[in-house]
Design a protein around this ligand. Structure first.
Ligand code: KG4
Ligand code: ZN
Length: 338
């Protein structure tokens, strides 16, 4: 079966083709122009998706040596995400399915990330623990099967990627903050400044807004209200923040490992590109003798390969969708996450 995947939930337009489980093409066009606004501008994002989606589909078909009529199933991200951006990929996918008379599967973006580990040669085994860490979400889940995903905890405020982005902005590193914090932290001492890890009623929940505020307080106390941070101090701040954020993520994952039957661990989403985070989870997996699956960098950020793969799995469960399906901005609709 040849599957076309489309992703347009935020600032990446992506088109992928998989043939059964083999990835033939995964093209990603990133909207770098948002940098100058310090964050994603939704309306500009929608327009950029609209401009690039047809050329990307043509290129993906060419790269896969296929014609549009060779596609058997069309999958597109339906949410969560920016509504205008989602509508571009979803409407396009539905229109293609209608004109080609092929089945269509709307895919939950988070479920796409959760399944990104399956794009690797070493695949996760059920039941596995997944940590989803992106710019919009921080979730700890157990994936029991293709139709049963149990939510243990999530962030009660900011997503971890959002905290990276906001702290980077605070100390003048720019957007997107994650990679910049990681780079700056390389020269820093992670134990230099003590930032707190939140303790919550649900032991699997996360909170990153307190950490962000702690960084702000530190800046105000050390450098006054103007917060003119000397360049030489940036590495220690970045390293201390980063290690505290990682500690919070590892801590909850470890609790889950102690309390649940789990065969493997998978860390997915944009923040899973973070090198010290990958190292920390490698150490955790080794400590508990579990298989660890962290996708290659290209599959950590938003991509259509994970959407095609997840859509295919949903299709295989027998679930079918009408083309009346609309985009949804939240995680609550049409998802197997409970
Ligand atoms: O999954 P993603 O590409 O988009 C969303 O669905 O949100 O994640 C983007 C997030 C951003 O917050 C970005 O700063 C963060 O992932 N990120 C990183 C790194 N690379 C990207 N955070 C920490 N370290 C990185 N190396
Ligand atoms: Zn994402």
């Amino acid at each position: 079966m040849n599957i076309l995947g489309i992703e347009s939930s935020c600032d990446e337009t992506s088109v992928a083709i998989i043939s059964d489980e083999k990835l033939l093409s995964n093209l990603i066009s990133s909207q770098d122009f948002h940098k100058k606004y310090g964050g994603v501008v939704p309306e500009l994002s929608s327009r950029a998706h609209l401009q690039i989606i047809i050329p990307l589909i043509k290129d993906a078909l060419k790269q896969s040596n296929m014609a549009m009529t060779d596609i058997d199933l069309i999958c597109a991200t339906a949410g969560p995400g920016l509504i205008g951006a989602l509508l571009v990929g979803l409407t396009f996918g539905k229109s293609l399915a209608y004109s080609l008379k092929k089945p269509f599967v709307p895919v939950n973006h988070i479920e796409g990330h959760i399944y990104s580990g399956f794009l690797m040669d070493e695949k996760p085994e059920f039941p596995y623990l997944t940590l989803v860490v992106s710019g919009g979400h921080t979730l700890l889940l157990i994936v029991k099967s293709d139709t049963e995903i149990i939510k243990l905890g999530s962030t009660v405020d900011d997503a971890v990627g959002e905290a990276f982005d906001k702290v980077a902005k605070m100390i003048g590193l720019g957007y997107p903050g994650g990679p910049k914090i990681q780079k700056t932290a390389e020269a820093g001492n992670p134990d230099k400044i003590k930032f707190p890890v939140a303790s919550l009623k649900n032991p699997y929940d996360f909170s990153f807004s307190g950490l962000k505020t702690a960084v702000l307080r530190h800046l105000q106390q050390a450098y006054g209200m103007e917060k003119h941070v000397p360049e030489a101090d940036l590495p220690d701040i970045a390293a201390s923040f980063q290690s505290t954020a990682i500690k919070a993520l590892v801590q909850n994952a470890e609790k889950a490992l102690m309390n649940y039957e789990i065969k493997a661990i998978s860390v997915v989403g944009g923040v899973a590109a973070n090198r010290p985070l990958r190292n920390a989870f490698a150490a955790l997996a080794e400590k508990y003798g579990k298989k660890l699956v962290i996708p290659d960098f290209i599959f950590c950020g938003d991509n259509a390969a994970m959407i095609a793969y997840r859509g295919y799995k949903v299709y295989q469960t027998g679930r079918r969708y009408s083309l009346n399906y609309n985009a949804y901005p939240s995680l609550t609709q049409d998802t197997y996450i409970r």
